[in-house]
Design a protein around this ligand. Structure first.
Ligand SMILES: CCCCCCCC/C=C\CCCCCCCC(=O)N[C@@H](COP(=O)(O)O)[C@H](O)/C=C/CCCCCCCCCCCCC
Length: 252
């Protein structure tokens, strides 16, 4: 019996050591994931000028939209969003989840089919990978995921234009809310709309917002937005036409 206990005790110790090892491995994995998240999405002084320039580099010689710089632009915007306070964490997490879905496609077995938004649409439509109606068993498609970011790109365009043209007394929260109501709000349920508009109330005034952008004076910030906006609009218009042509604008 004693022998059994010692054996059993030894086995129990072995099991607990293994569990501990798995536990440590899990903790280590969680820490590694947290570290890589911070590196990818942590605040690095924003470099918003570079972020907005990334969107400019999305178009290739055939006016197709390159996926990698498109996702890099969104990652840069999320890094900036993460400096706006934890109240925006629910937004940031959703955007990160969508970026990561697309990065998995871009590193998967069909990665070349996801080199551009155009090649993605062609590939997923040709292989019947896009859910045209709700509640089917297919995994989330790239088309659906990019559509959500595409709709957010309209919000971004309206928001930046409102910041650029608003006077010194314009309120960031009002510009943000108006831009949201004219774009993303049309696709969100009440609870998301409520949470989002409450979060907007915490935004600082235009002066402080520009200061947090860390791109120099107000005039330099306005100039930077003026340079970036035509490229963002072009990306939006090309994607809108692509999705409209394939009847993908209402993917569930
Ligand atoms: C010079 C730059 C200054 C401006 C920087 C702005 C930074 C914005 C950074 C990222 C934008 C977030 C993109 C949000 C994508 C949301 C996609 C979406 O609609 N998701 C919903 C639908 O997805 P499914 O459920 O169908 O998979 C999802 O249900 C909603 C998630 C959370 C709410 C999203 C609200 C987005 C509000 C717009 C961004 C507000 C940040 C403003 C801070 C200045």
């Amino acid at each position: 019996m004693a022998g059994d206990w010692s054996r059993r005790g030894g086995r129990r110790r072995q099991v607990s050591r293994r569990r501990a090892f798995i536990g440590c491995a899990e903790v280590g994995k969680k820490e590694a994931v947290a570290k890589s998240f911070a590196m990818a999405y942590g605040d690095d002084g924003h470099n918003l000028r570079e972020v907005l320039a990334t969107f400019k580099s999305c178009l290739d010689e055939k006016s197709e939209i390159l996926m990698d710089p498109y996702l890099a632009g969104w990652k840069g915007l999320v890094r900036f969003l993460n400096t706006m306070g934890t109240i925006f964490t629910f937004v940031s997490k959703d955007a990160v989840a969508k970026i990561q879905i697309m990065e998995e496609f871009r590193s998967g077995p069909h990665k070349e089919s996801y080199r551009t938004l155009q090649s993605m649409v062609s590939y997923e439509m040709a292989n019947n990978l896009v859910d045209m109606k709700k509640n089917t068993e297919r995994p989330v498609s790239g088309c659906r995921t990019i559509l959500r970011l595409h709709r957010a790109l309209l919000w971004l365009q309206l928001f930046l234009e409102g910041l650029r043209t608003g006077g010194t007394d314009c309120r960031t929260s009002v510009v943000c809310t108006d831009s949201y109501n004219a774009s993303l709000a049309n696709y969100h349920p009440w609870i998301i709309r409520k949470a989002t508009t409450i979060a907007f109330c915490t935004l600082p005034n235009r002066e402080a917002f520009f200061e947090n952008m860390k791109v120099g004076s107000n005039e330099e910030a306005v100039e930077m937005l003026g340079e970036a906006l035509p490229h963002i609009k072009k990306l939006y218009d090309i994607t809108q036409e692509l999705y409209s042509r394939h009847k993908l604008l209402d993917l569930p």
